[in-house]
Structure formats: structure tokens, C-alpha cells
Design a protein around this ligand. Structure first.
Ligand code: C5P
Length: 449
């Protein structure tokens, strides 16, 4: 049985037609803030000709009223497993089978857990266990709950059992966080219902943690990874600063990939216009010295990835705004060298992370410069990339990198920064296993420059 439906195919449902005429939907409403969207879902389904019977969990009643569902569905609402009148009129087996599709929306983490374990401790779970029909689930929960390994295990188990999924979507959440966990919009759920009713939807995986791609192997489970990302700002005076064009996209993508691989991740981020990646502990800093302090405070770690474009110099800060001189003479900025964060981490006698990775962003002599930095900064690996204006790397979505280590140079094709991040994390996980397994490392690649 295959079981995932595209949440994005809402095109067919954005226009009201009788696309669901005569279809019988049993809608199980779980107890989450997204339950209010289930009201709109009922309306959309009815508009398309479906008959909708609603089952509410006890928790759902904390968020929406039975009366609202009765009004919108035109049917009574079911919720009692032990009602003698219900069992007389229509038993739970019959209720679950007198439907073309069971839809769980919103499906909370708790409801998914009960479904995955086969609980039958209320009417909703009993119906889900007793049914011989397809089940479509629209998860809705806090991003960390969704990313938790327990929820992932439950989703994987349900998927393996043949349950269909729509969403969750990523975005701002009611709890103030950002990431995957929002229930799909009603029209997307309608589209998924239409697809699920067609039956043979051969999409292999539930929409999930990482869009609709498989959850990656948990190759860094139990590891701690520190990543620096973005530029630093070095104040000149209270209103001005020195900065650079780093967007933080590559560093943030590496932090997200490490979290997806199961690591505990500390991201030390300079000032960027990016959302904090889900499942990552983020420390926001401004200057190179703040960044160094935050990095040292975050140790120990297994892997340190220095993707930030740290300012090499800072300015002697003026306490008040620097004014134009009547003479027109420009002010003199006295620059002082900043600490080299990755070099300090790489040179640590105690508590040096097993793998220290630097980035060499260069506009010329890329590999030679990266090699020199690898040695000078005592890194295990330098990720070299061309940041000349023509390359479009700074601020762009794609990156072409060369992995430079004592064992050679490996060039990866130009690809999306998230792909670079995922590949880098898998490479580092492999090297960590080898190092810690003391098996010795084979050369990563022949020189291809
Ligand atoms: O010397 P350069 O700035 O090109 O070196 C780049 C590498 O060194 C990057 O990994 C960057 O994060 C790191 N770096 C640092 N502290 C500095 C300057 C660079 O950690 N002050």
C-alpha cells in the first residue's frame, strides 16, 4: 500500500465543483489550535458535495464546539465510545466502515502516537483501528514536537502501515516559533482527499520533516555540532558599522542539515535576515569577539563548522557619532585585528572538536589559498568557494565548493546550498565515524584541479 498525497495540488480544489459528490468522509478532529481550520474543511467538503460525519476527541472540545460542527456538517457529532444509544443505532465498526475515507485533521503528536501504537481508548482511535478504509492524516503541532524522534518514528510507522499524509506545512506557528508543523490549509487537505479517494497514489513518503523527501539517516545522533554563520558587524560609532555581504544561507543550511541528521546543533549566527532553523539552538551575536565567546561557551563539540564571514578587523569604536569636520578632512579609522575564531578552536590543546572545518571564500587562487588556510588555521577540512561577483555565490542560492584537506581536493558540482549542506554533513559524519573508530582514513579524492 502506498500512501502520500501531494499537499500542493490544490489547483483542482480552488474552484468549487461537485468533485466529491456522494463521497462519505469521516472527519476525526484532534485537540489542537488548528481545530478551527477543521470547521472550514467541513464547509469546503460540503460545498463539493461530500457528506461529512465528525468525530471529536475530548481534547478537540477544548478548542472548538460541537455545535459549530453540527451546524456546518448538518449531522450530529460523535464522540462517545460507550454510548448505548449510538452503539444501538450505529456501532463504531459500522461508523468507521460507512465512509469512503477517514480524515484526521488536525492530527496532534499525541493522537499520532496513539494511532501508531494501535490504541483504542476513545471513539476516534477505536474507529481508526476498526476501519478497513483509507486514512488520511493532516498533522499539526509545534515544530519541535514534529521534529522529535518519537514523532518521526510514529509517522514512519504509520506511513509503513499505509496511512496517507498531507503536510505539515512550514511557517509561523501559533506558539511563536517557525518551521514545519502547521496544519495544511483546508483547500490543500481537500486536494489530498480527492487524490486519496482516487486510490492508487504511488507517492512513496509522507510529507514531513523535510518537505516530501525521506527523513535522512540519523548519522549524527548523539553528536554535538557547532556552526558559525553570517557576517559580523563591527561598530564604528553608535550608528555605523563595518560588515560584509555574507547572507548566512550556507551556514544556516549546514546547521539545519546537522539537526536533520540527528545532531544537537548550536548555531552561532551573526546578523542575518534568515529565520532560525528548526530544531537548532541559536545564539545571535554581532561582533567577532562576541562570536568567539559564544563558540567557546558552546564547547565541547564533535564538529565545529566555521561558515561565518568573520570580519578580520574591528574599529576603535567612537562613543559618539563621528561628525564631519569643518575642514572636510575624512575621519581616520584605526583597525585592529580580530581574533581568528576557527584558528583558536583548531589550535586548542584541550577540548578540540574532533573535526574542525573552515571555509575559504576567495576571489583568486582558490585552492592555493585554501590549502594555506587549512594549515594556518589547523583545520581538518577547508571548504573552498569562489566568491567573486560573477560567481553569484554571496547571497545566492547555489554554491560550488571544493573540499580541501591534507589528503587532496574534491570538487563538487554547483548545486543548491541546502544540497551542499546535506552532502557536507554526511561526509563529516562518515569522517567522524572513521576517526572515532580509529580505522584510519582513505584519501577522499584525487586532485581534480
Ligand atoms: O582568513 P579568512 O577570513 O579567509 O578565513 C576564512 C575562515 O576562517 C572561515 O572558516 C571563517 O569562518 C574563519 N574565520 C574566523 N575568524 C576570523 C576570520 C575568519 O573564524 N576572524
Amino acid at each position: 500500500m502506498t500512501n502520500s498525497v501531494p499537499p500542493s495540488s490544490s489547483g483542482s480544489s480552488s474552484t468549487t465543483g461537485r468533485s466529491l459528490a456522494g463521497k462519505r468522509i469521516l472527519l476525526i478532529v484532534g485537540g489542537g489550535i488548528a481545530a478551527y481550520k477543521a470547521l472550514d474543511l467541513v464547509r469546503r467538503l460540503r460545498e463539493r458535495g461530500a457528506r461529512v460525519r465528525v468525530v471529536m476527541t475530548a481534547a478537540a472540545r477544548q478548542f472548538v464546539t460541537e455545535l459549530s460542527f453540527v451546524s456546518l456538517s448538518g449531522e450530529r457529532v460523535f464522540d462517545d465510545l460507550f454510548s448505548p444509544t449510538d452503539e444501538g443505532a450505529m456501532g463504531h465498526i459500522e461508523l468507521s466502515r460507512d465512509a469512503d475515507l477517514l480524515v484526521v485533521a488536525p492530527a496532534t503528536a499525541h493522537l499520532l502516537a496513539r494511532m501508531a501504537r494501535g490504541f483504542a481508548d476513545d471513539l476516534a482511535t477505536t474507529l481508526l483501528l476498526a476501519t478497513d478504509k483509507r486514512v488520511l492524516v493532516a498533522p499539526a503541532m509545534n515544530v519541535r514536537m514534529w521534529l522529535h524522534p518519537a514523532t518521526q518514528r510514529n509517522v514512519a510507522a504509520l506511513h509503513a502501515d499505509g496511512v496517507y499524509f498531507v503536510g505539515p506545512a512550514a511557517g509561523d506557528m501559533a506558539c511563536g516559533e517557525f518551521g514545519p508543523g502547521r496544519m495544511s490549509e483546508p483547500l490543500d487537505i481537500v486536494a489530498a482527499i480527492e487524490t486519496a479517494l482516487q486510490g492508487d497514489t504511488r507517492l512513496p513518503l509522507p510529507a514531513g520533516l523535510h518537505g516530501r523527501t525521506p527523513a535522512p539517516a540519523r548519522s549524527l545522533a548523539g553528536r554535538h555540532v557547532i556552526v558559525t554563520s553570517g557576517p559580523t558587524h563591527e561598530s564604528i560609532d553608535p550608528v555605523r558599522y563595518l560588515a560584509n555581504r555574507s547572507s548566512g544561507k550556507q551556514g544556516h543550511a549546514i546547521a539545519a542539515a546537522a539537526a536533520a541528521a540527528g545532531a544537537r546543533v548550536t548555531l552561532i549566527a551573526g546578523p542575518v535576515a534568515l529565520a532560525d532553523p528548526p530544531g537548532v539552538e541559536v545564539r545571535h551575536v554581532e561582533t567577532a569577539r562576541d562570536m568567539l565567546e559564544a563558540c567557546e561557551a558552546a564547547l565541547p563539540a564533535d564538529i565545529f563548522v566555521s561558515a561565518a564571514a568573520v570580519a578580520d578587523w574591528r574599529v576603535d569604536v567612537s562613543a559618539s557619532k563621528v561628525k564631519k569636520q569643518p575642514s572636510g578632512a575624512p575621519p581616520t579609522l584605526v583597525l585592529r585585528e580580530n581574533p581568528d575564531i576557527v584558528a583558536r578552536i583548531g589550535a586548542r590543546k584541550e577540548g578540540r572538536p574532533t573535526l574542525v572545518v573552515g571555509f575559504a571564500a576567495e576571489t583568486n587562487d582558490l585552492i592555493a589559498n585554501a590549502r594555506a588556510k587549512l594549515e594556518r588555521k589547523r583545520c581538518d577540512l577547508m571548504v573552498a568557494n569562489d566568491v567573486s561577483v560573477d560567481s553569484g555565490v554571496l547571497g545566492g542560492e547555489a554554491n560550488e565548493v571544493h573540499l580541501v584537506s591534507a589528503r587532496g581536493v574534491e570538487t563538487w558540482p554547483r548545486q543548491d546550498k541546502s544540497k551542499v549542506a546535506a552532502m557536507l554533513i554526511e561526509r563529516l559524519a562518515e569522517q567522524l565515524r572513521r576517526r572515532q573508530g580509529a580505522a584510519g582514513e582513505p584519501p577522499i579524492a584525487e586532485e581534480r584541479q
